[in-house]
Design a protein around this ligand. Structure first.
Ligand code: ZN
Length: 355
């Protein structure tokens, strides 16, 4: 009898833990801002995705995200013979479910056209059905009227740009002139477009990185291969829907996928410094000093271009302490470029290790 009770209890407990779990993703806050982990591009059965909207919310929690947008296509709804058309369905189904789970769900849709202008997500909208217009310009205008953040999706997507290089067409230039492009995807799934950094810098808009998932996320980013899905990290004054929106319009974002981080230097530098701490030398002999570097983040950093008499490269493994041995001929700090932290189309973050 006792034994049966124990078995029932173990079952009940395991269910309680598993159903509410949220993965811990070690990506630190930066001074003055909290880091909100987001994915602003995904689909449900209300367009060409394969899952019910609340599944997207459960997946996001399992991946340790703080905010998502379900961005079903307005113009591509291949399941409409089986599922009634409602451009706001994912939002209506998910809104309360997300709130109960401490996840920010952003009301959104995807405007889906040939290139130019290509695909755009309208984020922070009130009513997607009012954005379903014949003319794409009218659709953009209707989104802007609702206060939308317009994100240009996969601008170098090979189905639309066979050479994979994003191009600013006339309509994009007109949109930029109006202030109608607020973010551009640098990463869309595993495609990425270095030129997007230059577009974003020149126009002072947000770099974005998203999954654009259609199927089951854990089948696409399998844990054996991927630590995390593509993410947009947003540096917000607090973790709330309105702060998130403010930060995105202000362009305070960083893109993260695999071990690559992409951001303006003003965000990349403090972020790196929050991940890393350098200890005082713990030992020295005639020749060398020995010190440790702690990396408290999920990102492995690859330091390159070390100065003479110091290690040419150092790998700071994620969530690990790395020992560094340096000649006494060298004085602190050591300088490095971080190979996997990009601060421009062709620029790497420059850092110092002060020991
Ligand atoms: Zn999409």
């Amino acid at each position: 009898m006792k034994r049966q009770f124990l078995i029932v209890l173990i079952f009940a407990l395991s269910f309680a833990f598993v159903s509410g779990q949220r993965k811990i993703v070690n990506l630190p806050d930066i001074p003055g801002y909290v880091t909100i982990k987001c994915d602003f591009h995904m689909h449900s059965i209300y367009s060409d995705g394969d899952v019910w909207p609340t599944v997207r919310i459960d997946e996001a929690l399992r991946d340790g995200l703080d905010a998502i947008a379900i961005t079903d296509h307005l113009e591509y709804t291949p399941k409409k013979d089986y599922i009634p058309l409602d451009f706001n369905a994912a939002w209506k189904i998910g809104e309360g479910y997300a709130k109960e789970r401490n996840l920010i769900l952003v009301h959104a849709t995807e405007i889906t056209r040939k290139m130019p202008p290509g695909h755009f997500n309208a984020l922070f909208i009130n009513d997607a059905s009012l954005i379903a217009k014949d003319s794409v310009w009218d659709a953009f205008e209707a989104a802007i009227k609702q206060g939308a953040f317009l994100q240009w999706n996969h601008p170098g997507w090979k189905s639309q740009e066979p050479d994979g290089i994003p191009k600013l067409y006339d309509i994009h230039k007109r949109m930029l002139k109006n202030g109608w492009i607020h973010g551009i995807e640098y990463f869309n799934d595993s495609e990425y477009y270095p030129l997007v950094f230059t577009f974003c810098k020149q126009n002072n808009i947000a770099l974005m990185g998203n999954s654009d998932v259609h199927g089951i996320i854990s089948e696409i980013y399998k844990s054996s291969e991927y630590k995390n899905r593509p993410m947009t990290l947003v540096f917000a004054k607090e973790k709330s829907h309105d702060s998130l929106k403010e930060a995105m319009f202000a362009g305070r974002t960083m893109v993260y996928f695999k071990d690559i981080l992409v951001a303006k230097e003003e965000y990349a530098k403090p972020f790196f410094n929050q991940c890393i701490s350098v200890g005082k030398p713990f030992f020295q002999n005639d020749k060398n000093r020995y010190f440790e570097v702690t990396n408290n983040s999920d990102v492995t950093f690859y330091l390159i271009n070390g100065i003479a008499n110091s290690p040419a490269t150092i790998t700071l493994a994620a969530n690990s302490v790395t020992r560094v041995v340096v000649s006494k001929k060298v004085t602190s700090p050591l300088t490095y470029d971080v190979k996997n932290v990009l601060t421009g189309e062709k620029d790497n973050l420059k850092i110092e290790l002060k020991y």
